[in-house]
Design a protein around this ligand. Structure first.
Ligand code: AMP
Length: 370
């Protein structure tokens, strides 16, 4: 593998062509870097703003090889590319975060074992390979609990809530009778995430934790700061740092957590790691000193990391499906920063854009359009 010190003028390869790739490419351009997108779909949002694109299947070794030869460093913007493709690319140009990180986060069981092995609390969990194992897992963990496929789950897909009376065989079959994990249902007060970055030299920074609200299992809103208090904020940051260090991570990652309140105090239970820039970090483009996208580019290029402080309280609202048609209204809201991803069709549940509301900006009307 050829390792060289990167500088403005270098070309970054991004595997995946969605809005995360688009915002990475825009941030890279600001630093004088150009991007080459590798996607399996025509008309992806990232290709539109990148210097070059390859459209080919994610396991096409010839196309992967040509792509890798044309760039200086490679990253990915979604987790579901084959780990073997990341390994293949890494033999030609450095892939950051590493293919090992990608493989670990692609399997919920491996990921949960890793996190709990660090002494960080996760929901009680058990491996479920067949319906019999599910019955044993339920006997151990109880109900309610959530059956999740080990691989390829996102936005609540590949999950089944198991309540009193739920038929276990039906639940297992409904997920395709594939390897799963059962997780105890965490009675959380709210969901928070820490978006953080680790540089090539091991430097670690994190943005303030965000409070995340989901609708229909899709992130609807992130508010900064999350209502955690100093102690919990520090503990949230510390968990993200321990995870990043144990993974020898390079780039931006997000750690999603549940806040649990018991008579003896509040705790943070880690739900999952996203090895990439994350929707709950979109507020950083307009609301922080350094955006998560620029930070990821800095980290994978071996540049110094930027400071992460927020300019003030911020709210990020996802524009999902038809919400995007309100773009004109949002443009009229003082302190609102509109981001449109350029997707041609506003399908239900599809992330079409987002709005960042800077709460310190002077506004005639405190409420965004609903
Ligand atoms: P995930 O795909 O693991 O991020 O799960 C999607 C959403 O399902 C989370 O954001 C939570 O709202 C909910 N969820 C997932 N796992 C659990 C759990 N063990 N207990 C309670 N809620 C959960």
């Amino acid at each position: 593998m050829t390792e060289k010190k990167l500088a403005p003028g270098a070309r970054i390869g991004i595997v995946g062509g969605g809005q995360l790739g688009r915002m990475l490419a825009l941030a890279a351009a600001r630093l004088g870097l150009s991007c080459h997108i590798y996607t399996d779909r025509e008309d992806d949002p990232a290709s539109e703003v990148a210097a070059a694109s390859t459209i080919a299947p994610y396991d096409d070794e010839q196309a992967l090889s040509v792509f890798a030869s044309a760039v200086d460093v490679i990253t990915y913007e979604f987790e579901n590319i084959p780990a073997s493709s990341a390994e293949f690319l890494n033999a030609i140009k450095p892939v950051r975060p590493s293919p090992a990180v990608l493989a670990l986060t692609q399997d919920r069981l491996v990921e949960k074992n890793f996190i709990s092995g660090l002494g960080i609390e996760v929901a009680p969990f058990a491996q479920v390979d067949d319906a019999g194992a599910l019955a044993r897992a339920i006997a151990q963990i109880g109900r309610p609990s959530i059956l999740k496929t080990r691989r390829f789950g996102y936005d609540g897909k590949g999950q089944s809530l198991i309540r009193e009376g739920s038929d276990l065989a039906v639940a297992f079959r409904s997920l395709g009778a594939q390897p799963c994990i059962l997780e105890g249902f965490v009675p959380f007060v709210c969901e928070v995430s820490v978006v953080a970055a680790r540089g090539l030299d091991g430097d670690f920074v994190a943005w303030d934790a965000g409070l995340n609200t989901h609708e229909h299992h899709i992130l609807a809103k992130t508010e900064i700061p999350a209502p955690l208090g100093d102690d919990l904020r520090a503990r949230a940051r510390d968990k993200a740092m321990r995870i990043a260090e144990a993974l020898d991570y390079v780039g931006v990652l997000a750690v999603e957590m549940f806040l649990v309140s018991t008579p003896t105090g509040k705790r943070l239970v880690v739900n999952e790691i996203a090895p990439r820039v994350h929707n709950s970090g979109h507020w950083t483009i307009d609301g922080a000193a350094t955006s998560q996208f620029e930070q990821h580019i800095r980290a994978i290029c071996g540049f110094p990391l930027g400071v992460t402080h927020a300019h003030g309280p911020v709210e990020m609202i996802n524009l999902i499906g038809d919400d995007i048609f309100r773009w004109r209204e949002y443009l009229g809201v003082p302190g609102a920063c509109l981001h449109v991803y350029g997707k041609s069709e506003a399908r239900p549940g599809r992330k079409m854009g987002h709005v960042t509301l800077l709460k310190t900006a002077e506004r005639d009307d405190d409420d965004p359009p609903r």
